[in-house]
Design a binder for this molecule. Sequence first.
Ligand code: C2E
Ligand code: CA
Ligand code: CA
Length: 759
Amino acid sequence: MAAAPFAPTRPTAGRVVGGVALLALAAVLAHLATVVPGTPRTAVVVVGVASIVVTAVSLMVLHRGHNSAKYLAAGVLWGLGAVVAGLLPDLDLGPFPLSHVVFALGELGALAVLLQLLVRARAGSDDPPLVVDALMLGSALITLGWDAFARTGHSGTGGENAATLLVVVAASLVAGSAVALGVEQPRLRVSATGLTVNGVATAVVAVCLPHDVAIAGVAAALAMAGGIVGLLTLPRDGVVRHGGADAERAARRLEVASLIPGPVLLVDILLLVVFPRADPVLFATFITVLVTFTIRHAATARSIDRTTAHLKFLALHDALTGLGNRTLLERALTGPDHDQSLVLLELVGLDDVNDVLGVSAGDALIRAAAEEVLLVVGDLDGSAYRTGGDQIAVVLRGDPAHCLRHAESLIAAITTAPAKVAGAGRFPLTAVAGVAGRAPDGTDPDAVGDVMAPFVQADIALRDAKHLGGGAVSVYSGTVAVEHARRGLMRERLALAVAEGGVDVHYQPVVSFTTGRVDKFEALARWEDPVLGRISPVEFIAIAEESNLVVALGEHVLRHAVQWAYEAGVFSVGVGLAVNVSVVQLQSPGFADIVREILDQYRIAPHLLTLELTESVFLDEDSPAERVVTELAGLGCQIAIDDFGTGYSAFGYLGRLPVHVLKIDRSLTQSLTDDVNGQSVVTCVVDLANRLGLSVVVEGVETQQQADICRFISAPLGQGWLYSPAVPRELLGEQLAHVYPVPDALGLEDETRVPATEF
Ligand code: C2E
Ligand code: CA
Ligand code: CA
């Protein structure tokens, strides 16, 4: 991935200093031209024009960037109007002296330019930063109106002043409200309203000060309050809202917006110098404008710095966790130090929290996990990045073999995260990790020309780890890559086998410890690929689950098994059938309908069909999968918990949900004869099941001793090689012989029966 281009366009310090120095020069020139007594008119004109030129140049220097020509034109028109007006003798034109008319023309020119900017800004206003432009233009408009008023109003009669005041107030109100109403963001709207109040109240002060100090005082307070509200609520982070891809554009827009008060302020300074004999009211209000704009400009400049810093941060960091993003990771992997490894961590168990507690709890959990990771990484002098929704990358010093240990510590740290999020404590969180090294320059052909090679390799290792299950760490190696390729091929071949019915079903009896009678048969999928050979279901079911293929595969096994059991007369002698169901199947729409359809088709007593599920299904309270389980139990099917004792062993769901059978995992059966604890665990589970009215199947019974213990602790049913492995239908006759009574339909000879007492 290429680094996101990010080039904030704020003028450099040198440019600002240069621009300001030029402006100061312009101000001095203008001052000299107008205040030195006896200066000839031609000199005033020449110096005035020179000051305009210098202003223009300084504006260009300061505003180099977007729309600089427009801003420049606005500044020049305005200043030109002002200087020419200052030079003209005041001819009596009634309420409109000539100099004011010329000045007003200059202001109108400036206004036209600024309005055009406003309209352009509005036209493409799907972009929130444009609102900032509009707001600033609106406030400039208000000040322009006010300036025009102050210059015509200060020498007029009370009636003229009042009339002009009305016009200015109305114009300010319209402009300000238009901006305020056109803004979606509440913060910007408040800001626009505050500035409107400020403009209107300032106009009132200008008119009332000589006549009515009390009203002027109230208006001044209002102006100040409005100004403060407007300034304080000026958009600081409003622009950053959308961040991300538009970050750079947003930063530029914000800068352009912030420059708009610039010309207004500068021209005001200029006017202040050009009209040194202005009356105290005008002078005071000029000062107000100057101060207001200085503050506003400073506030905006500060907000630009902050926003730019924020945007820069956003461009390189993940907003949720504050960890670096892929761009930063890329940089870390291109540093001069090659003795580095990349650990790619993927959180396992996050979905449960997202599903049950909601996405915000999931976010909090990711944040907590990131904090834990940072603690470990800080100790190891490494760095951490968020590279995907549930993926965190860590760069550490040292080779992969060395970092394997650290990966384990990172996973251990992540498992403590749920305790720190309200309500998430009951959801176990873990992670899997893939580790890959940054090969020394040039020695790894894969690494040449691709800085992200370690990322790709760590990702392959991560998938390998995922395959091994929660908590696993896998280090990238040639073997891992070969394994990765093999699994890719397997996925393809399996899809083909599922589509063409190449997946077979074998059956293993579940037997009563006391009577020796077959209680049911468990259907187990078998797949032998012409190219890859025989593959263990542990492997191909996992692959099928990753790629959703398990939905079709599971349905195939279910239909196949039920059809066999029906045709062999298994159901008619009261013997059941157990089928494994993946959680992915439960989550796929219409699974319960398929089961219902099959039950109807073969008219099976529903209790003869057992659906074996793993505990993971029951972790999410109220999850869709749980609702499907309830529906299946509602059909009358038996629900069995497979591999009981290996998973989360959170017993809560046993009371909550319709479960009928616990299948004690093979590993616990093994421990029956190996250690005393094992025996007591199995005894406890059997007791628990008895108390809850559940049946128990002890899996993986391989020895007579194990069977004896099972019988001793009153476990009702067992399954394992002691009785029979899973066999194809053709070889099932022998197992069926254990069914009492043997129905003729099965076509078995009486002599083949094995007495129950053998168990
Ligand atoms: P499972 O459901 O726990 O199936 C029991 C596994 O234990 C089977 O392995 C079986 O062959 C094996 N087994 C039975 N008796 C003994 C014994 O005495 N000793 C030992 N060591 N093993 C014994 P298998 O057939 O390799 O299946 C492995 C797993 O693959 C199954 O575990 C099940 O989780 C999954 N699986 C198999 N078929 C299907 C299927 O059609 N759908 C789904 N979703 N999963 C399936
Ligand atoms: Ca099973
Ligand atoms: Ca099992």
